[in-house]
Design a protein around this ligand. Structure first.
Ligand SMILES: [Zn+2]
Length: 325
């Protein structure tokens, strides 16, 4: 149980998992839904531990099975990611995976397949997966993850138990960042936690990558310049990305994320603050939506080989027109 307590927030999902274990009613397929970075794969490993744990208090995190699962070396727990070079979500690869399901477990009486991000499967691939989820061999359990159930076939959804995971509070996120980066100062951890809306995985990725970290803080600055109506300063900032198209696209994506959250903040959908109040009140919800459109248009231009300097100039003039027309 201790290792489950160490998973931040998400009490409902944890309690549901514990109930399944104590009642001995394990669903043969579990779907974990949540935004990228919120801990779905980690939770999937904890669920696998709970399913195979050899102790009274499951998951203990200490027994042989738990340890091997957490180290990703358990012979009967297979973690499959769509980004691996073998293209595991190609229909032919999925058919091979289905065949492997019928092979008995090495160690105990169960075999667990953790399939990450199944929203990246094509419809045909999801239909192939459906075949085994409908009638799996008795020794097989599936733990699937996805960013949104809207991208999963209803026929799959009707065969799985879905648990939704969410990022935690900013305070808990900051605490987690501090634990994992003892050398980082408290203020930085809290700032990152706020900027990432409590998403631990996302904040960690940014903190551990200098390039991403600098793009991330530029995006924060750009968002404030946009709302503050400082187009000239915005243009100067964007010009640092001249001839660095990949970074420019990442910057636009970060900027997009910020304004998506601002839209949510405007509609009261989140108590988290992505922009300081004084800037938030300077743009309307409608203007925020239009800024999102501008960001999408400019990203499209940059992708289609428009020079970064021109795309940046377009962004600044479109924003200016939008906010001062
Ligand atoms: Zn255990």
């Amino acid at each position: 149980m201790e290792i489950l307590k160490q998973f931040y927030s998400n009490e409902k999902a944890k309690q549901t998992l514990v109930n399944f274990i104590t009642d001995g009613r394990l669903p043969h397929a579990l779907l974990l839904e949540g935004e990228a970075g919120c801990g779905k794969t980690h939770f999937a490993r904890l669920a696998a531990c709970a399913m195979l744990c050899q102790s009274e208090q499951k998951p203990c995190g200490q027994c042989r099975n738990c340890r091997l699962i957490l180290q990703d070396t358990h012979p009967d727990v297979l973690v499959v990611s769509p980004d691996s070079p073998e293209k595991p979500y190609a229909v032919s690869a999925l058919r091979d995976l289905i065949v492997s399901c019928y092979v008995l477990p090495n160690d105990g009486d169960k075999k667990i397949y953790i399939l990450r991000n199944i929203h990246e499967m094509s419809e045909q691939a999801q239909n192939t997966l459906l075949k085994i989820i409908e009638e799996p061999p008795a020794h097989v359990l599936f733990i699937l993850t996805c960013q949104s159930r809207a991208r999963i076939l209803p026929t799959i959804l009707s065969r799985v138990v879905t648990l939704t995971l969410s990022p935690c509070s900013e305070e808990l996120c900051a605490q987690a960042l501090q634990e994992r980066n003892p050398e980082a100062d408290e203020e930085t951890c809290l700032r990152m936690a706020k900027q990432c809306g409590g998403n631990i995985g996302r904040a960690l990725t940014i903190m551990q990558d200098e390039r991403l970290s600098s793009i991330h803080s530029d995006a924060q600055e750009a968002a404030q310049l946009i709302c503050g109506g400082s187009e000239f300063d915005l243009l100067c900032l964007l010009n640092r990305y001249n001839r660095k198209k990949e970074d420019f696209l990442l910057l636009l994506e970060e900027l997009r994320q910020i304004f998506v959250q601002v839209v949510r903040q405007k509609h009261g959908a989140t108590d988290k603050k992505f922009l300081p109040d004084k800037l938030l009140h300077r743009i309307s919800a409608l203007q925020t939506m239009r800024i999102l459109d501008i960001i999408d248009t400019v990203s499209g231009e940059a992708l289609q080989n428009v020079a970064v300097s021109l795309a940046a100039a377009h962004l600044c003039s479109a924003v200016q027109q939008q906010l001062h027309s």
